[in-house]
Design a binder for this molecule. Structure first.
Ligand code: LLP
Length: 453
């Protein structure tokens, strides 16, 4: 049960709330976020509409930044994993909050550079980076996280006769189990990412012979939407061993990057750790592991994505058709679906939703909320209890700031929604709504068939 009372929210760790910190009801009981009435935003910008609450986003960044400063005595740097939601403005906002950024493609890298993230705070990941992506990173001075020997081969050719050695981080698969959806677990041995524990020594050896390479950091990421603290504690111990080995072989390893993974609340039964506890747990593990091995403390880097941006985001839809089948919950259709939020069909994710203008009215119906796509699996939410509703009502789905827009598609040639940012009663567009005509832009009819259309 959600209480729309700001006094009840966890202001220190927004990932522990389902709704943004500024969500409240106006005198008529209608939902507002960032001081903007949701149904007004729907009218002004259309639906589906992604909304980002600046106050929640900034509070989350500050929580990470301050916790690292408080609980870790050496240098630290939080990076925003931009795969969660990548845009120029988001980059600029997290940069202003002192974050760096993790990118996994040329597109995310260009966006980070366009958002004025200093290259010294950009990390390029990926298990199959292209020549172009690696060249772009090298040209701008972003750090490359080497995932495999294919990366090393391309980098060595790109580096050519450059005099300066290139600083690289190595990605390592620690063989750690965590309880999350199997598609978003990455720390197990059978993962496609990184070097396994049995390969690490030979890679360190091989790299000693490469005068152009300086291994300055180690990276691992064990999974996403994790509610436990132990896996990261275990991870740190394994990484400290690898740092000890690398340093003993002569590599100047100064960075320890533990990846991301902190979970958030999608529904009220979710109970993730706070940002403070997550950071404290890791900071303590690094300190203790390094003391035990008599290692100087590395710079501690973490890469949260979901927990930075998910709770700051909501999506608005307009209700459309209904289908009643005797003895069953009714189908209620929205004007978006699996193209703007593919998480339910991909991971069976569940969400919390309300009617934006009647969030506290007595619920009278159980419905199955379905999208408009031509696919029976296009179900956004099952077992949703709503007050009496009609076509045209605005529905809000919470905690959609991460892995929604960034995973959206044009399935059925449905244009992507617009995005707005809200703050103190102001709303501003940060991403234009695609138009159906835009989707024809990349279609080409070869001249020999041009008589057909
Ligand atoms: N670092 C690396 C190397 C990663 O692969 C990821 C996520 C992160 C950081 C950020 O993890 P986070 O803090 O967001 O958990 N599409 C899935 C999530 C995939 C996560 C992939 N990697 C979803 O919608 O649940």
């Amino acid at each position: 049960m959600i209480v729309f009372n700001k006094a009840e929210y966890d202001r220190e760790s927004p990932n522990r709330n389902i709704i943004p910190l500024t969500a409240e009801l106006d005198e008529q009981g209608r939902l507002e976020i960032g001081g903007c009435r949701l149904s007004h935003l729907a009218k002004r910008y259309g639906t589906p509409l992604y909304i980002l609450d600046e106050i929640t986003l900034r509070a989350t960044c500050k929580a990470y930044f301050n916790a690292l400063k408080k609980f870790y005595s050496a240098l630290s740097l939080p990076l925003y994993a931009s795969k969660a939601n990548s845009s120029k403005l988001l980059t600029a906002l997290v940069a202003e909050e002192g974050f760096g950024i993790d990118v996994v493609s040329g597109g995310e890298l260009l966006t980070a550079l366009a958002g004025k993230m200093p290259a010294s705070r950009i990390l390029l990941h990926g298990n199959n980076k292209s020549w172009q992506e690696l060249a772009l990173a090298l040209d701008h001075g972003a750090t490359i996280v080497v995932d495999n020997s294919h990366d090393l081969q391309i980098i060595s050719e790109l580096v050519g006769n450059r005099k300066l050695p290139v600083s690289l981080m190595l990605r390592f698969t620690p063989n750690i189990e965590c309880h999350t959806h199997e598609y978003i677990r990455t720390g197990k041995l059978d993962s496609k990412f990184g070097f396994g524990p049995e390969q690490i020594e030979s890679i360190f050896k091989k790299l000693l012979a490469c005068s152009w390479a300086r291994i300055t950091g180690l990276h691992a990421h064990i999974g996403s939407q994790i509610f436990e603290l132990e896996p990261h504690r275990d991870l740190v111990g394994i990484m400290a061993d690898a740092i000890q080995l690398g340093r003993s072989m002569g590599h100047p390893i100064v960075d320890l990057n533990v990846g991301g993974g902190l979970g958030i609340c999608y529904v009220s039964s979710d109970d993730p750790p706070s940002i403070q506890n997550w950071v404290k747990n890791i900071a303590k593990a690094v300190t203790v592991s390094c003391e035990r091995r008599k290692l100087s403390l590395p710079r501690l880097i973490c890469e949260p994505g979901r927990s930075v941006v998910a709770t700051a985001g909501v999506t608005l839809y307009t209700l459309g058709s209904q289908k009643h089948i005797p003895g069953m919950p009714s189908y209620l259709s929205i004007d978006g679906g699996m193209s703007d939020n593919p998480r339910p069909i991909t991971y069976q994710s569940i969400y919390t939703a309300f009617l934006a203008d009647y969030p506290t009215q007595k619920v009278i119906q159980e419905v199955i909320l379905v999208g408009k796509h031509c696919e029976s699996g296009d179900v956004l939410l099952k077992n949703l209890y709503l007050p009496k509703s009609k076509s045209g009502d605005i529905l809000v789905v919470f905690a959609t700031g991460a892995y929604n827009i960034s995973m959206s598609s044009n399935y059925n040639r449905v244009p992507r929604p617009a995005s707005v940012i809200v703050f103190n009663g102001h709303a501003d567009l940060i991403q234009l709504r695609e138009q159906p005509e835009d989707l024809l832009f990349y279609d080409i009819v070869p001249p020999r068939l041009s008589s057909l259309c």
